[in-house]
Every structure is written in C-alpha cells, then in structure tokens.
Design a protein around this ligand. Structure first.
Ligand code: CP
Length: 314
C-alpha cells in the first residue's frame, strides 16, 4: 500500500499489500503491550476525523492509534460543526485541510464520499465506512484476528451470516478473506442478500445449520434496521429462529471454530447473549486489534521515509 496515498477500498489492495499491513500490525501490537504504549513514529503529522455517521469502535480506535504514534489530532465533531448550518462536504474538508492536516478519516452514510473527498485534498483519506460500500480497516482487523486465532486465512472456510445486502463490512471482508486464500460462504435469507452476487468470489447458502459444521469461523453481521426501508423479514423472531447463532447452533461447530462480530451487536437477534460471551467469541480481540491495525495503516500512509525500527518501535 505504500505506493497508495489513500485507503479507500480493500479491492484496491493486493493479497501482498494486506499481508504486509498485517505484518506491520505485529510491530504495533508489540508497542501496544508496553507499559508506555507510545512511539514517535508520526511526530509532526496531524490526523483528523470527519464522521457523518455514529461510531464507537472505529472513531475511538483511530484516535488511540494516532496518539500512540505521537501524531497531533484535530478533534472535529460533525454534530456540533457548521455542517449544521448547511456547509457542504467539500467546503468542510477544504476548511479542515487549510488548517494543515495530513490525513482525514471519513465515515459517511453515502457510498463513494471518501473517494470524492480524495479528489479534493492533497493529504491522505482513509475510508472508515461509506454507506453499504466498504469498511476497509474493519476487514484488516478481522483478517488480523483470524490470523491470530487460526494461524492464517489460507484454506480456511468462513461463513458471513445475516444482513449482507446492507453491510459494508461484508463487502470488504469478502475481498480481504478471499485475497488471503479463504473460502467464503454467505448465509442469509434471499431478502438480505444483494440482488446479484455475480462476480463475488463466494458460495451462497440459506441454511445455517448445514454450513456450521464445515466452518473455521462464523462471522455474524449486524441486522441493520436503520438501513432497511421495507419489510425484508416476516419478523425478527423468525430471523433469529433461522439465522441467529444460538447455543444449540454453536454445538454444531468444530471445537476450534471461532465466532466474530464487527459490533455493535444486537444480542438476542443475530447472536444469543450467552454466545457472545463464550471463550470462542473473539469480538473483544477484534476491537483490541483494531488499534494496532489502524496504527499500521496510519504509519503506512503517513510515515513515508521514516524508519520503523528507529522511529516506530523503539
Ligand atoms: N465495527 C464498527 O464499525 O463499529 P462502530 O460503528 O462502533 O465504529
């Protein structure tokens, strides 16, 4: 990725790019375990965020990552900004850039906004989730977490279960997982799948019980009720009966298979409350790894010419 200025989409990365970022993440996991988890790698650089949609994990972990790299951070809240007076996205980013920022982390409800912003600014743009399109750093932290627990993705079988159609996480994970050699099966009712999966490197199933014995990881997608503008399901209870990961269904899985979720979880809908807390659930590891992965992404985009061994990790 060092020849890219931005991180907008997993589809822009090769399997080698992803592997290299995961290896870089190893260094920052080591930094994060120190008593003083801070390095001077991005001293003199400034990072800001432009979140037009709510976030807990992504926003906070980018902030933590930037601070651990000693970057300056420019705090910006859309909800208390002049966006409320009608300021356009373009005027907002040009205003922010005029103050001297090196990277803007963007989340927006509309697909393609980070790509558009990248046309307007000279610094780096990182997509922190755009509409139904992509969430590339989520996919990187998911790959890192699978590698941590299963040793790698090559030859692994991963089921992505639930609301695929509205999920930017699914669209990034499908490409990241398969670029690293995994097989992906989408498991969902037809109404929660995209109208066409032509060109997607996936299998499709509507029968979770049949798929579970064969997977190394089951990745539950959040039921995105805020993005559903029509009745796509008879009821949430019916959905949970057929596609929710319950204790009974966990018994169908291999002993070593893991359970993942990007958060925030709807406990009792796509995942039973007690399943979310099982030892095989790696949801908290996903969040923890998100900080180191985002340190790797920021360093890769902004640390050009800096030596990781002398400035990054010592
Ligand atoms: N997984 C994820 O993107 O969570 P947030 O919406 O809390 O950032």
């Amino acid at each position: 990725m060092s020849d890219h200025r931005h991180l907008l989409s997993i589809r822009d990365l090769s399997g080698g790019d992803i592997e290299r970022l995961l290896t870089l993440t190893d260094s920052f996991v080591e930094v994060s375990r120190r008593r003083m988890p801070k390095v001077p790698a991005l001293q003199g650089r400034t990072v800001t965020w432009l979140f037009y949609e709510d976030s807990t994990r992504t926003r906070l972990s980018f902030e933590q990552a930037a601070k651990r790299l000693s970057a300056d951070t420019l705090s910006f809240s859309v909800s208390t900004s002049s966006v409320n007076k009608g300021e356009s996205v373009r005027d907002t980013v040009e205003t922010i850039e005029a103050m001297g920022v090196d990277a803007i982390v963007v989340r927006h409800r509309s697909s393609g906004v980070p790509h558009q912003i990248a046309q307007w600014v000279s610094g780096s743009v990182i997509n922190a989730g755009d509409g139904w399109h992509e969430h590339p750093t989520q996919a990187l932290l998911d790959c890192y977490t699978i590698r941590e627990h299963l040793g790698g993705l090559d030859g692994r079988h991963i089921a992505l279960v639930g609301d695929v159609n509205h999920s930017r996480v699914a669209r990034s994970d499908v490409w990241a997982f398969t670029k690293l050699g995994a097989t992906v099966t989408l498991v969902a009712p037809p109404t929660l799948l995209p109208p066409s999966t032509d060109g997607w490197p996936v299998r499709v199933s509507h029968d979770l019980d049949a798929v579970l014995p064969d997977v190394d990881a089951v990745y539950l997608l959040r039921m995105q009720r805020e993005r559903m503008d029509e009745a796509l399901l008879p009821s949430l209870r019916e959905y949970t009966n057929r596609f929710g990961l319950t204790r009974r269904r966990v018994e169908l899985m291999d002993d070593k298979a893991i359970v993942m979720h990007p958060g925030p979880m709807n406990r009792g809908v796509e995942i039973a409350a007690d399943v979310a807390d099982l030892p095989r659930s790696v949801v908290v590891d996903q969040v923890r790894n998100g900080v180191a992965v985002r340190m790797a992404v920021l360093f890769d985009l902004l640390g050009s010419g800096r030596d990781l061994d002398t400035e990054g990790t010592r």
